[in-house]
Design a protein around this ligand. Structure first.
Ligand SMILES: CC[C@H](C(=O)O)C(=O)SCCNC(=O)CCNC(=O)[C@H](O)C(C)(C)COP(=O)(O)OP(=O)(O)OC[C@H]1O[C@@H](n2cnc3c(N)ncnc32)[C@H](O)[C@@H]1OP(=O)(O)O
Ligand SMILES: [Co+2]
Length: 133
């Protein structure tokens, strides 16, 4: 794990939350992007070398919709930047973590992504991200 790639925050309304985070961070989202396969629309903000990803659900069966229904708005996941996502997935499986994806999938912000089940990480949904260059 090279660094924290982004902190993911689940929100009910991306526009309203985005306006607030623009005030909070002092700059607008550098990207908004829909990831249909995940049923999410995202907005990315920079905070120095770090990133914040706001996520709203675009379908009722989205993981974000389910999370919001159950827990309301809040920090949804921590994403880590990895050099080689397939190698990391194999390493973490061998270490006993529950890797939720057979194969990495295309995420937002030009990344290949995979997730670890929060039950195996002390309650934090972990995302692995490899930059696709
Ligand atoms: C890819 C685009 C973008 C990017 O950065 O590129 C994204 O980040 S997309 C983010 C949205 N996509 C995902 O989250 C995919 C991975 N998530 C999942 O596969 C599910 O959400 C899963 C398996 C984590 C939970 O789904 P499930 O249907 O099992 O929901 P439950 O409510 O039954 O949850 C089971 C259990 O886990 C706890 N839980 C659920 N979500 C989280 C979370 N985000 N953080 C911590 N814990 C979580 C939930 O409370 C249940 O525990 P329990 O003790 O039974 O209440
Ligand atoms: Co993410």
């Amino acid at each position: 794990m090279r660094k924290i790639e982004h902190i993911g925050i689940a929100v009910n309304d991306l526009k309203a939350a985005g306006d607030l985070y623009e005030k909070l961070l002092g700059s607008p989202a550098y990207k908004t992007e829909e990831v249909a396969s995940e049923g999410v629309r995202t907005a990315f903000f920079r905070s120095g070398p770090n990133k914040v990803e706001l996520l709203e659900a675009t379908s009722p069966d989205s993981p974000i919709a389910k999370y919001l229904e159950k827990r309301g708005e809040g920090i949804h996941h921590i994403a880590f930047d990895v050099e080689d996502i397939r190698a990391e997935m194999a390493r973490l499986r061998a270490e006993g973590f529950t890797v939720l994806n057979e194969e990495p999938k295309k995420g937002a912000d030009n990344k290949l992504v995979a997730f670890l089940h929060p039950k195996g990480t002390h309650g934090v949904l972990v995302e692995l991200c490899q930059d696709m260059g």
